[in-house]
Design a protein around this ligand. Structure first.
Ligand code: SF4
Length: 249
């Protein structure tokens, strides 16, 4: 490896700015987390969480919720859904083909065929340590680092850090990570700088997502009313551009 590459900063070697803890606290307070909520409790069946997550990645929350309810009603046991034809699953959800995640991302037979019992379940993940559970999740079809992090945090109650497009945008604008870092690297960085506390990390995730949706929006961030503006190097730039326009998407 050449020397320049060896010296590149990594998520493990980039310290947070000194104002980071105060800014993170301001974000939590602004989003209603004066007190941390109770720690997430493990989902008795993490496969439920995974299927909901896969649906939600492809659709709005409302559509994903309808799909979930239709699937659950038609297939009280996932084993039946996992061996069903994708077309049957689509019809069951009452959706057009384009709305369905597709055979490669839909709950597929791969989720149960590797298990000796043939039972469609991810309960066994609960017995693994955090690193093992992540590795097993990321080995599942259609599950990347972000999905694995969300599953770990909200369905296995592990202290994972998860970054969606909203958090990714806020971290870039705050310039706490290099602009070249994708969400996966940002997530590794957050793993190192957030307190190792599941309740804190769950609250931080929710607060960050809401902040990105409601305040630090993609096209028209509302910097004047943002609680992070005193630390944010991007605020001046956006404020010089004038008042925020109404976002159309
Ligand atoms: Fe986003 Fe503006 Fe807040 Fe910075 S000050 S985090 S750009 S809304």
């Amino acid at each position: 490896m050449n020397r320049a590459r060896e010296n590149r900063v990594s998520p493990a070697t980039l310290p947070p700015p000194e104002w980071w803890p105060e800014a993170a606290q301001a974000l939590l307070l602004a989003q209603g987390y004066a007190e941390l909520p109770e720690e997430p409790t493990p989902n008795p069946e993490p496969l439920d969480g995974l299927i909901r997550l896969i649906l939600a990645q492809q659709n709005t929350w409302a559509v994903a919720q309808r799909q979930w309810e239709a699937l659950r009603a038609a297939y009280p046991r996932w084993e039946l859904a996992l061996v069903a034809e994708p077309e049957t699953l689509k019809r069951c959800c009452g959706l057009l083909g384009a709305d369905w995640p597709g055979p490669n991302r839909a709950p597929s037979g791969a989720y149960c065929t590797n298990w000796p019992s043939g039972e469609a379940s991810l309960r066994w993940l609960q017995r693994l340590d955090d690193a093992q559970a992540r590795a097993e999740l990321e080995a599942l079809p259609g599950v990347g680092r972000r999905s694995a992090s969300l599953l770990l945090l909200f369905h296995l109650a592990r202290p994972a850090a998860a970054v969606d497009g909203n958090i990714e945008r806020v971290l870039w604008r705050l310039e706490v990570v290099p602009p070249t870092w994708p969400a996966a690297k940002q997530e590794q960085w957050l793993e190192g700088v957030l307190p190792l506390d599941t309740a804190y990390r769950a609250a931080f995730h929710r607060a960050g997502v809401r902040h990105g949706r409601e305040v630090c929006t993609r096209r028209s961030p509302d910097c004047p009313s943002c609680v992070l503006n005193r630390w944010c190097p991007s605020a001046e730039l956006f404020m010089a551009a004038g008042p925020p326009a109404v976002e159309t998407d």
